[in-house]
Design a binder for this molecule. Sequence first.
Ligand code: HEC
Length: 149
Amino acid sequence: MKKIIISLFSVSILGIAYSAPNVTTLAKGKGLYNGAGSCVACHMADGKGQPGSVPPLAGSDWLDNSDRTIAIVLRGMAGPVKVNGDRYYSAMPPQLLFDDEKIADMITYVNHAWGNKGAAVTAAQVAKARKALPQAVYTPETLLKAFPF
Ligand code: HEC
């Protein structure tokens, strides 16, 4: 019985961490996202991107897998991509200015901003990816091969 109570307890804690990251993380992520030279420069404060050149993050169908998002942010992506049915021919450079925790907070923010309902991302997940991912800019094809929809 004790074991069951403990495991129910930890499942509910994990559940909370997954669906509702704490307010501090979201506030930090929002500040970083909107900082100089950060995501905001291209994807804009409303997450809608720029028609014809930068795809949206608000409601993006590419945000279904946080491991893929981490890979995009750490290594960049270049080549024709279809997001929410629209085509973009552009490139995103790897985001080299940020440590693991900052990237985790920014992606957690993106995953919860503008009505998005994604997962919280941890610094440990980013650290692991930083070591493991190939040292090359992704194309949409290589990304989807590694992290399918
Ligand atoms: C210099 C401009 C620029 C910056 C800065 C930038 N991006 Fe991007 N991002 C792009 C472009 C352009 C693409 C599409 C690349 C392509 O056409 O292959 C993209 C694609 C993406 C995608 C996949 C497609 C989509 O719209 O969902 C994600 C996720 C993403 N960016 C997240 C981020 C996050 C998070 C940051 C900040 C940490 C960031 N980007 C910073 C320009 C940028």
